[in-house]
Design a protein around this ligand. Structure first.
Ligand SMILES: C[S@@+](CC[C@H](N)C(=O)[O-])C[C@H]1O[C@@H](n2cnc3c(N)ncnc32)[C@H](O)[C@@H]1O
Length: 321
């Protein structure tokens, strides 16, 4: 009989590199979900690795050619939302929790609850919003898709002014539709990472977020980052797969690396932010691999940074993964 393990509050804090006192309020959120899981036997693990290797070549590659695919995908979600008669859970994207086995704390795991991965993300987002959005009045999410992260934020912080941006028009229309229906202080707008809108200004003190979105740009993220630097948001929160966090000498990581590279995901972003930090142009506030993800890779590593304005002198802190 395999041992059933449960993710503890202390392990969540460790994953997020959170302050110990955060456990006092995070425990309540964690207790809402079933975080039991088991590890795999040697035979199961070997078979799983072989099945990953078998499937690697079949995955599509992301990039500029995929805009139409995203338009279709978010059009389908908009139909689902319409049919649900305003149920915000219809906005939840299918790509979180799509695999039976997940990555957790350095190895594969089989959760008892199929929604484990999604619930882990919800706990993380609960923590992130409280700890890292601070008093920001304006929050922008780029590549926001269905806007389910913004809907969650609008519900907990109705005073914030939210903007959801995506290159897929059906996603923008969906956001505007549910924001109107729910009375959220949220606007959808078109935006393309590859061609950042020169007309778009960010409000002073704005916080910028991306969740599994910049990943889609491969090596083509720089125009967007330079565009952000010109606009000087208060901080930038990226929850993206970070190539540089994997250890290529470990089989477990090497598999994720091969998947990441095959899909043409975000490549060189953390390196670029570190170069900017070394040049005194940004300060890295947090860089953390959460040690959780789908079977194939860890899609949400945390990188939080802020632009340093000209003339500002600061001791550059770097909180490494
Ligand atoms: C994996 S989805 C993530 C969506 C959302 N952030 C979430 O967590 O559910 C990637 C998103 O990035 C958007 N996207 C991809 N390439 C983009 C680009 N060049 N400019 C703007 N958005 C883009 C897609 O339309 C899609 O909404």
């Amino acid at each position: 009989m395999e041992e059933i393990l449960t993710l503890t509050v202390a392990q969540f804090l460790e994953a997020f590199d959170a302050d110990p006192e955060d456990g006092e309020w995070l425990a309540e959120e964690i207790a809402r979900y079933d975080f039991r899981y088991r590890r795999l036997s040697q035979e199961e693990r070997d078979a799983l690795i072989l099945s990953v290797l078998d499937r690697l070549d079949g995955f599509t590659q992301v990039g500029a050619h995929r805009q139409h695919i995203w338009e279709l995908a978010w059009g389908d979600v908009a139909d689902r939302y319409e049919r649900s008669r305003g149920d915000l859970s219809a906005l939840e994207p299918g790509f979180i929790g799509a695999t039976r086995e997940i990555r957790l704390r350095g190895d594969f795991a089989v959760p008892m609850d199929p929604k484990f991965e999604f619930h882990f993300f919800r706990v993380f987002r609960h923590w992130l919003y409280r700890k890292h959005l601070g008093a920001a009045r304006q929050v922008y999410e780029f590549g926001c898709g269905s806007g389910f992260n913004l809907a969650a934020l609008a519900q907990r912080a109705p005073d914030k002014v939210l903007t959801g941006l995506d290159w897929a028009q059906p996603a923008v229309d969906l956001i505007n539709a549910f924001a109107r229906k729910q009375g959220f202080n949220l606007t959808g707008r078109r935006f393309d990472f590859f061609n950042p809108d020169p007309e778009l200004k960010l409000e002073p003190g704005a916080v910028v977020m991306t969740f599994c979105a910049l990943e889609q740009t491969g090596v083509g993220f720089r125009d967007f980052i330079d565009w952000l630097l010109e606009r000087q948001p208060e901080r930038v929160i990226s929850m993206e797969p970070v190539l540089e966090f994997y250890d290529p000498a470990r089989l477990y990581d090497a598999l994720a690396l091969r998947y990441h590279r095959h899909r043409n995901y975000l490549n060189g972003y953390y390196t670029y932010i570190r170069e900017l930090a070394a040049a005194g142009r940004v300060e890295i506030l947090k860089a953390r691999r959460l040690q959780y993800g789908s079977l194939f890779h860890e899609g949400t590593s945390m990188l939080i940074w802020r632009p340093i304005s000209v003339g500002e002198s600061t001791g550059i802190r770097e909180n490494q993964a």
